[in-house]
Design a protein around this ligand. Structure first.
Ligand code: ZN
Length: 211
């Protein structure tokens, strides 16, 4: 697609929307109340609205390389805090995807500029911590898929540990936290199960939490 196509296609889209509903943009401009916060990878193949057939206003979004949740990342924290405290989102979704360049670079230790290499350091740590399990997976693609899943699990744990998320869970029934993998080879969303009861025992998840 060329740059000018973007502007042209935008005009087409506006026209389509207005043909269906003359007040579409009037409604949209009244404000947002998205039920979902989505934390995903910056990869260009992951437009979550398209994959879920969602309209504007559905997702509050934060994206970075390999969908990392760092508790010292001010950009992520402010998005997360606004979503939880002001928008009162009902669900937080952390989504990775198969064939993730960030995961591959972290595993192969190449293809990174200095800053990106630094950004991916925590994934290298996940790989080291799970070396035994990963070494048993013979197929490289399957091994990378597993690292992608382990990475999502790690980020879910980080979300639960953030004090204002924990407090919000303690004071009500939301937000629910979900882990996804977007299977880019088939276009399907795969929900990642995580050990809720174990994490409750470990003090990671508040005891009153129910999915
Ligand atoms: Zn990615």
């Amino acid at each position: 697609m060329k740059y000018l196509d973007l502007i042209k296609k935008n005009s087409d889209w506006v026209e389509e929307k207005l043909n269906l509903d003359k007040s579409y943009f009037d409604k949209l401009s009244k404000g947002q109340k998205p039920p979902f916060l989505y934390i995903g990878c910056s990869d260009s193949r992951m437009p979550i609205d398209t994959f879920t057939k969602s309209e504007p206003g559905s997702f509050f979004i934060h994206r970075n390389i390999a969908n990392q949740v760092f508790t010292n990342d001010m950009s992520l924290l402010s998005v997360l805090e606004y979503a939880v405290e002001n928008l009162e989102v009902e669900h937080i979704i952390v989504s990775g995807h198969y064939d993730c360049g960030g995961i591959k670079s972290a595993y192969k230790n190449d293809g990174c500029t200095d800053l990106t290499g630094n950004w991916l350091m925590p994934i290298k740590k996940i790989i080291m911590q799970n070396r035994e399990e990963l070494d048993k997976i013979e197929d490289l693609s399957d091994r990378l898929d597993r690292i992608t899943e382990l990475n999502v699990l790690e980020q879910l744990m980080h979300i639960f540990k953030i004090p204002f998320v924990k407090n919000r869970i303690l004071s009500g029934k939301y937000p629910k936290i979900h882990g996804w993998i977007l299977d880019i080879r088939h276009g399907k969303i795969k929900e990642i199960e995580y050990p809720i009861e174990q994490w409750k025992k470990d003090g990671i998840i508040p005891i009153n939490y129910e999915i």
